[in-house]
Design a protein around this ligand. Structure first.
Ligand SMILES: Nc1ncnc2c1ncn2[C@@H]1O[C@H](COP(=O)(O)OP(=O)(O)O)[C@@H](O)[C@H]1O
Ligand SMILES: [Mg+2]
Length: 227
């Protein structure tokens, strides 16, 4: 799990930054209505999965019971980050399962991190947006809300897809990951405007910049409250 920097190297600058983000999110939850947090970005490769996994790890370190769900049914990467074996089924398989209510617990994987469980994305479905907008997904999240303190949804990107918006309707907060080396400020502003239009509760924007350093995992993310 070398990408789980907050667990492997909690005192690195990235580890400290992601823990600050966790603390900011916890303190912004005054009404205690924040349970499902979705993570998205404008385009692929900005670091959604990396940030989702580390943020989930940071919550687990604070003794919160956390579930991380890979909602990127097209390009799910949590399976790789957590070394989950290829035969394990995931969210897409669960959402087409009529018996999901009795079986969903068997789709949840324990990880090496205490208090951190993961659902991977599953077989590539022909209709990802439909699955994500289904009532069944809503009901599933309803069950999971009872079982976990925090649920983090690693989502597809915004540009060109409807997926992030359909998941936004089911989430309590959204965190936008922005990597200015990959996506322009203009694209970021457009994505933010789209989220605002959809009435998404934006908790903050994480600037995920990769610093040129010899050690691949000295990176940092900044966190800004959207106020
Ligand atoms: N802050 C970071 N520090 C180090 N590597 C990062 C960071 N953010 C992203 N990466 C790396 O960049 C690549 C793309 O990240 P990923 O999380 O898969 O993006 P996305 O989910 O947005 O498509 C991965 O190899 C990931 O390990
Ligand atoms: Mg991803």
């Amino acid at each position: 799990m070398k990408e789980l920097v907050v667990i492997e190297r909690p005192n690195s600058s990235f580890g400290e930054e992601i823990k600050k983000t966790r603390t900011n999110l916890m303190f912004s939850n005054l009404d205690d209505d924040m349970k499902v947090i979705m993570i998205t970005s404008s385009i692929p490769g900005e670091g959604k999965s990396f940030i989702s996994a580390n943020l989930a790890g940071a919550f687990a370190q604070a003794d919160e019971k956390v579930l991380l769900v890979d909602c990127d049914l097209r390009k799910g990467r949590l399976k790789k980050i957590f070394n989950i074996p290829p035969e394990v089924k995931g969210l897409s398989d669960l959402l087409i399962n009529k018996n999901w209510k009795h079986e969903y617990k068997s789709f949840i994987n324990k990880t090496e991190v205490k208090d951190l469980d993961v659902v991977i994305s599953g077989s590539y479905p022909p209709n990802p947006s439909e699955l994500l907008s289904s009532n069944r997904f809503e009901e599933l999240l309803g069950e999971l809300r009872n079982d976990y303190k925090i649920i983090i949804l690693d989502c597809p990107p915004i540009v060109g897809l409807n997926d992030a918006f359909v998941v936004a309707k089911k989430s309590d907060r959204c965190v936008l990951v922005a990597n200015c080396q990959r996506a322009s400020m203009e694209v970021l502003e457009k994505s933010k405007a789209e989220l605002d239009k959809m009435d998404v509760k934006l908790a903050g924007i994480i600037l995920n910049e990769t610093e040129e350093q010899t050690d691949k995992y000295y990176y940092y993310g900044h966190y800004y409250r959207d106020e």
